[in-house]
Design a protein around this ligand. Structure first.
Ligand SMILES: C[S@@+](CC[C@H](N)C(=O)[O-])C[C@H]1O[C@@H](n2cnc3c(N)ncnc32)[C@H](O)[C@@H]1O
Length: 235
């Protein structure tokens, strides 16, 4: 499986030694490589596929133009409507905890800018990503299209319910915090699949919930701070 992932990445992603794309200034690529080294590898994320995906996905194209200069800084950034693009380390850590495999079909709840979806798209076969705010979903879709990322479906909807018409999934990653774990999400996990989710209100923790042959196993990780998951209507 590791060999297959390495092969897939070699095909899908240019190597670190490759010069920057013609339309990308070299300093942005240098800053992105430094971000991966100093903020992510240095803090213990070792998953080779995840590190390579973060080296390749141009994060500066997922933030508002006036904030591009801060795209590779060590923190979240506003993306409009009171929402944020998560800190690069959190994106990397949550993606590694999901343990993505090349043939996986995964669900993301909380598309936001589309950056996390682009990172996942470099690692798995297909990504469904659900965003409750139609304007953010439209902008994310435009960004992904402009980058030629074809294995992501952006869906406007309430992620609290998951995406039952497309599940069960090989992994589910949630980037907004509900006060408790929505049952629909654990129900849409395939056996062996993981749900990576921030849970809580004032104080939140990241959890990994795995569906095993014997039921659900819950593994608390570390404290986090995400925007709240909005609860849509029940119909
Ligand atoms: C921290 S931002 C996500 C960051 C995003 N993953 C990225 O890479 O930019 C959280 C997002 O979750 C969305 N959200 C909140 N509640 C939701 C719900 N019930 N269903 C779907 N999306 C929701 C918000 O509108 C917001 O865009």
């Amino acid at each position: 499986m590791k060999r297959a992932l390495a092969l897939l990445l070699a095909i899908a992603l240019p190597s670190e030694a490759e010069p920057p794309a013609a339309d990308e200034p070299g300093d942005l690529r240098d800053r992105r490589l430094a971000m991966v080294r100093e903020q992510i590898e240095a803090r213990g994320v070792r998953h080779p596929g995840v590190l390579e995906a973060l080296r390749q996905v141009p994060r500066h194209l997922f933030v508002p133009a006036e904030l591009r200069d801060r795209a590779y800084a060590d923190g979240p950034l506003p993306i409009g409507g009171g929402q944020t693009i998560s800190q690069p380390f959190i994106v990397a850590s949550m993606t590694a905890l999901l343990d993505p495999q090349p043939e996986d079909v995964v669900l993301e709840i909380g598309t936001g800018s589309g950056y996390q979806a682009a990172v996942l798209a470099a690692l798995v076969r297909h990504v469904y990503t659900v965003e409750i705010r139609a304007e953010l979903a439209a902008e994310a879709r435009d960004r992904l299209d402009a980058l030629g990322i074809a294995n992501v479906d952006v869906i406007v909807g309430d992620g609290w319910k998951g995406l039952p018409t497309r599940g069960p999934f090989d992994g589910i990653l949630v980037t907004a915090a509900p006060p408790e774990v929505p049952t629909a999400l654990t129900e849409q996990l395939r056996t062996g699949a993981r749900l990576v989710i921030p849970v809580g209100t004032e104080s939140q923790e990241l959890r990994v919930i795995e569906r095993t042959e014997d039921g659900l196993e819950e593994h608390p990780q570390y404290p986090v701070r995400f925007v709240p998951m909005i609860r849509g209507s029940d119909d």
